[in-house]
Design a binder for this molecule. Structure first.
Ligand SMILES: Nc1ncnc2c1ncn2[C@@H]1O[C@H](COP(=O)(O)OP(=O)(O)OP(=O)(O)O)[C@@H](O)[C@H]1O
Length: 344
């Protein structure tokens, strides 16, 4: 039997930073010194509340947005500062599937043209090959060939998302950013699309970055996850460890807030403190400290680095050890999980 080493790294971002000019002329650092690598065949979950910088990070990795500084190595190419021509060449290799399939598909184009678009951009594919590749891609995503002549408005939400996936994979990419790919779909269709994404990943050995608010979908899809808060990664590690024994108070509150309402009184529910007035944008220290139940004076002086707390698990919290769940916690976590499954 051969032993395989780790799969190759597909994308490797280092010290990535992106600032936007906010209302009133103040700068907002949407992505702040982020390091992230994803290997072939791997799904990394990216979780965080709205506005934490998830989509901006996804767009920086894809070269859809120019970083202020930092590096993004995609296979042998440096994305930051790459020429438009190089970025166009890489476009088929790095794709994105969006939350709202209908909004991301031009309603005036037929499915065949929508799916073929990345090949047209690539430019060196004959018409006959294009037709054959569209048929292949439709079959890979479980769509009947006759749908090729339809317009997006004539399809169901699930079919539209299948078109979005067919279009993402037709150029045989290495990396796909999944930006809330199932959030707009109902529960049954969500399962089908999740299964399809797994199948397509295995077929093409794809690296996925799964951006989501939905803790359930990272649990199902991602072995490894990172947590983002105000532009910083605050935790990274195996998804099960992050969700069952969070190493950062922000993650713990995020995971806890996912508990269904009827478990409101669960002892493990963990809340941040109400934000005191004037505590927005504190210039130094940990950005969570104004609302963190564990904050101490040291949290005000500097932003902690990401540091290993367990094998393969890093946190940006100096008080992570005080979050360690009590011995009964695995049972609590299992109970909560089964309650969540029951209502899903
Ligand atoms: N083009 C832009 N111009 C100015 N500010 C922006 C721009 N794009 C994003 N932002 C700001 O950057 C921050 C991060 O936004 P981003 O969309 O990356 O967050 P997110 O975590 O993906 O949120 P959501 O889950 O709601 O999509 C937010 O404060 C947002 O308002």
């Amino acid at each position: 039997m051969t032993t395989n080493g780790p799969a190759p790294v597909v994308i490797d971002a280092r010290h990535l930073r992106k600032t936007f000019r906010g209302q009133g002329g103040t700068d907002l650092i949407a992505v702040n010194d982020v390091n992230l690598a994803i290997r072939a065949g791997e799904t990394v979950g990216l979780i965080g509340e709205s506005g934490s910088g998830k989509s901006t990070l996804g767009r920086l990795l894809l070269g859809l947005l120019a970083a202020d500084s930092g590096e993004v190595h995609f296979q042998d190419t440096e994305i930051v500062g790459a020429s438009p021509k190089d970025l166009q060449r890489l476009r088929t290799q790095m794709q994105v599937v969006f939350q709202e399939p209908y909004e991301s598909l031009n309603p005036r184009l037929r499915v065949s043209s929508l799916v073929a678009e990345p090949l047209v951009v690539q430019g060196d594919v004959s018409k006959a090959e294009r037709r054959q590749r569209v048929a292949e891609a439709l079959s890979q995503v479980g769509l009947k060939p006759e749908l090729a002549g339809r317009f997006p408005g004539e399809l169901s939400g699930g079919q539209q998302q299948r078109v979005g996936i067919a279009r993402a994979i037709i150029g045989r990419p290495k990396l796909v950013v999944l930006d809330e790919p199932t959030a707009s779909l109902d529960r049954t269709i969500r399962r089908q699309i999740t299964d399809l994404l797994h199948k397509v990943q295995a077929d093409l050995d794809l690296a996925y970055l799964l951006i989501t608010h939905d803790i359930g979908s990272v649990r199902r899809m991602a072995k490894r996850s990172v947590v983002m808060f105000r532009g910083h990664l605050v935790e990274s590690g195996p998804t099960a460890a992050i969700l069952n024994a969070p190493g950062h108070p922000y993650t713990k509150a995020l995971v806890s807030s996912e508990l269904p309402a009827k478990l409101d009184a669960a002892p493990s529910r963990y809340r941040l403190k109400p934000r005191p007035p004037g505590s927005e944008g504190l210039p130094t220290g940990c950005p969570l400290r104004a609302v963190c139940p564990l904050a101490i004076d040291a949290c005000a002086t500097e932003l902690p680095p990401m540091a290993a707390i367990r094998p393969g698990h890093e946190s940006r919290c100096i008080r992570w050890a005080d979050l360690t769940p009590p011995p009964s916690a695995p049972a609590d976590a299992a109970r909560e999980r089964s309650a969540k499954e029951a209502i899903r």
